[in-house]
Design a binder for this molecule. Structure first.
Ligand code: ASP
Length: 324
């Protein structure tokens, strides 16, 4: 008999109660396991926390990784993680770096709460289970299953505030769920930037800022005056900053890791195309790292996790894995 764990963190999928201040979590892992019950499967429910995903912390991530390791030690390698959609792409991206290699992990949630007739949680849970139990979906790494689509953890993003079709991938989903089975049309080429070290539960202060037309670099200067462990800057297009922002970024890069990602949300940064004062060539020559094709949000997670797992001397190598 296949053993499956449902690990619940909260989120809209679990918000079955509407109080005077709005939705609150009232459902947990055992409710989801009960909804999925099948005679050929045995379910274990783990309630890790009951929060809106805007409230998840660095420690929740390390508790999640510890839980996956413990479940693996108990012989449970198939896991559905339920969480809020707002930070789901970060949870999935982090798990792709840190989940035990033997774990098959599907992350899911809901855009519409159980208090609504149009609640999408039950369908998403069933689709997640279909993916976990389909032989075709082995070796995909961590995936997000929402709205019957299967998304790779390194490609997925929440791209609409309220739509049930909010989750998309660039350049596309890995497949979809139809008739209770996973249909795969794409496969990730490899698992990138796996982090082996134990994850320090303490957060690192890794900030994420976006540049803009006329950016005078003041935000970067102000950040530099605080206690910062690392910085990700969402740059224009394929990697440029305004001249002032570039100066500030280069100053900061002399004492802490600074990474540029594209604020466009997709595509590979360039290395030596333009000659503007804030060009990618000048930034990279001054020690700023390129996030490759990672979004700013993903690059921020990677940088923080790398610092929490003792990879600070190998940051360039880690980010290089997203440039090939
Ligand atoms: N606010 C919710 C969250 O916990 C949104 C959702 O789950 O859809 O992220």
């Amino acid at each position: 008999m296949d053993r499956i764990a449902v690990v619940s963190l909260g989120g809209t999928i679990a918000m079955g109660h509407r109080g005077p201040d709005g939705l609150t979590v009232s459902l947990g892992a055992n409710d989801f396991a009960h909804a999925l019950a099948r005679p050929d499967l045995s379910f274990t429910g783990v309630d890790l926390c009951s929060r809106d995903s805007s409230e998840l912390s660095a420690r929740d991530l390390s508790d999640l990784v510890t839980t996956l390791t413990r479940l693996g030690d108990e012989g449970i390698h198939h896991v559905i993680v339920t969480t809020g959609t707002d930070s789901m792409e970060e949870v999935a991206f982090a798990l792709e770096r840190l989940a035990p290699a033997s774990a098959r992990v599907v992350v899911t949630g809901a855009m519409r709460a159980p208090t609504l007739d149009s609640h999408d949680g039950p369908a998403n849970l069933r689709a997640a289970l279909s993916v976990l139990t389909s032989a075709a979906s082995r070796d995909l790494g961590v995936v997000v299953v929402m709205n019957d689509e299967i998304h790779g953890a390194d490609l997925v993003r929440k791209s609409h505030a309220t739509s049930t079709a909010s989750f998309t991938s660039y350049p596309g989903a890995l497949g979809w769920v139809g008739d209770g089975v996973a249909l795969l049309v794409n496969r990730p080429a490899t698992r990138r930037a796996r982090l082996e070290g134990p994850l320090d539960p303490a957060a690192r202060h890794v900030a994420l800022v976006t540049t803009y037309l006329g950016d005078e670099g003041r935000t970067l200067h102000a950040l530099g005056e605080g206690s910062l462990d690392g910085l990700v800057i969402e740059a224009f297009g394929s990697g440029r900053l305004t001249p002032h922002a570039a100066d500030a970024a280069l100053t900061l890069a002399q004492r802490l890791p600074v990474v540029v990602a594209s604020r466009t949300g997709a595509g590979l940064l360039e290395h030596s195309t333009y000659s503007a004062p804030g060009s990618e060539s000048r930034l990279l020559a001054g020690g700023v790292l390129s996030a490759g094709w990672l979004t700013g949000v993903q690059a921020r997670v990677l940088l923080e996790l790398a610092l929490r797992t003792g990879y600070s001397a190998r940051l360039a190598e880690l980010f290089a894995e997203f440039q090939i």
